[in-house]
Design a protein around this ligand. Structure first.
Ligand code: IYR
Length: 226
């Protein structure tokens, strides 16, 4: 197939403006935290739709966009999800996770109890499509599915933060119950569960430190770097 191209709308910034923008984005995104204390205040469906549009603009293997976002605001369905997630988490915290794993989680103060799955006004369940399943029942290949869906999740989390809302990458394990409760087709596997809403007044988050730039960046500059 002959590729078709359109012009890319170039938006070059002067170097000083570039640094200001990079810094201002960094400062904004650095204030993001995973929050587990959700208010039950409602969030408009139109906001959720914009967040998913932003996430779905992520790059993906062969542009297959191998993701489905399922947004749940129905209280009965949220309750079912909470009950099923807590059943799995009770087993996980009760011994299915290794001792080292549970020790590593101790600073986060997490437990098997997940009240936010009912309190948050929306639960967004992100499914990865392991392959395409077309309406006529035929299938097609998807590529780099975990990488693609992971990037879309990153876009989604950044969009949630930009909207002044909070979220959490919750991974009840195993997540098979989500495909069943939400009646997803067999090519889809739950990837992440993201409650969306406002933090409660006075919400608390663990006192964590992020790695420094020196710990995470290795530079090989060209000698005459500008
Ligand atoms: N899925 C459990 C445990 C858990 C695992 C990791 I890795 C975390 O970073 C946090 C929690 C839970 O959601 O509580």
């Amino acid at each position: 197939m002959t590729p078709r191209f359109v012009e890319y709308a170039a938006r070059r910034l002067p170097a000083d403006e570039m640094l200001l923008r990079a810094r201002s984005f960094r400062e904004a995104i650095e204030t993001r935290r995973s929050v587990r204390q959700f208010s039950d205040a409602p969030v408009a469906r139109a906001v959720i739709e914009e967040l998913v549009r932003a996430a779905s603009s992520a790059p993906s293997g062969a542009h297959k966009q191998p993701w489905t976002f399922v947004a749940v605001g129905d209280p009965a369905l949220k309750r079912s999800i909470r009950e099923a997630a807590e059943r799995e988490e009770q087993l996980a915290y009760g011994g299915r996770m290794s001792e080292e794993w549970r020790r590593d989680l101790a600073p986060l103060g997490t437990t098997w109890e997940k009240p936010f799955l009912e309190t948050a006004p929306w639960l967004v369940v992100l499914f990865k499509q392991e392959h395409a399943l077309h309406p006529d029942g035929s299938t097609g290949k998807h590529y780099y599915v975990n990488e693609s869906v992971g990037i879309a999740a990153g876009f989604f989390i950044a969009a949630v933060h930009a909207a002044g809302l909070v979220t959490l990458t919750h991974t009840p394990s195993p997540m098979g119950f989500l495909g069943e409760l939400l009646h997803r087709p067999r090519n889809e596997k739950a990837f992440l569960l993201l409650p969306i809403g406002y933090a409660t007044d006075g919400a608390q988050v663990p006192d964590l430190r992020r790695k420094t730039l020196e710990q995470v960046l290795v530079l090989h500059e060209r000698a005459s770097a500008v």
